[in-house]
Design a protein. Sequence first.
Length: 107
Amino acid sequence: MFGDIMGMMGKLKETQQKIEDTKKRLDTVLIDEQSNDGLLKVTLTANRKVKSIAIDDALLEDKEQLEDYLVLVMNKAIEKATNVNEAELGAVAKEGMPNIPGLDMFK
């Protein structure tokens, strides 16, 4: 029994390391999103850090429209980044979790 626990602890440590490695890799995965007309473009990492925002001059004329565009496009980009992030980290966590009844917090 004790050997099982030690084995599980080792596996959990290994999984934590894999999660950290995956998080680092997700910093290099870029998610591009833009408004339908292409006037506003944003790039985020899969860890949801903003890398760049490009605003066409046409949007500078209308503050309200620019604000609306930013909200819409940022939300779409964050949603995409979150999906990538959760899929990647979820796969690592699931693969590394020992099958312990009642411990399904990673699902």
